[in-house]
Design a protein around this ligand. Structure first.
Ligand SMILES: [Zn+2]
Length: 116
């Protein structure tokens, strides 16, 4: 990542290794991750005479969309689980960020022929 590159070039190898260790420590719980997004939507049930027909829709309800182009798209998330899903998403984003930083550090070490 170019954003890291300029920062990293001014660091000593020792500083790079220290920063790499700190990034690795941020990996944390690699089991509790989700890649995707959580969005809220309102719904109309279609029953005549319901308040939603008069423009007051049900919800909002939470839906998870996985990032990978895999099976399924929107997946309903019960209210009791939205906090857990948000935590998994945050954790996943943090891990992706930490891995990108580690990789950028290693690329810099490689450029110096100091990768081992
Ligand atoms: Zn309704």
């Amino acid at each position: 990542m170019d954003t890291y590159k300029n920062d990293l070039q001014v660091l000593s190898a020792r500083q790079l290794l220290s920063r790499r260790r700190a990034a690795a420590a941020r990996l944390g719980d690699v089991e509790r991750v989700l890649a995707g997004s959580l969005a809220e939507q309102t719904r109309r049930c279609g029953k005549p005479g319901c308040r939603c027909a008069a423009g007051e829709p049900h919800g909002p309800y939470a839906y998870f969309t996985p990032r990978a182009a895999g099976r399924g798209r929107l997946r309903y998330v019960p209210a009791a689980l939205t906090g857990v899903v948000r935590r998994y998403l945050r954790n996943g984003a943090q891990i992706v960020q930490a891995l990108a930083e580690i990789s950028a550090i290693n690329a810099e070490l490689l450029a110096r022929r100091e990768l081992s």
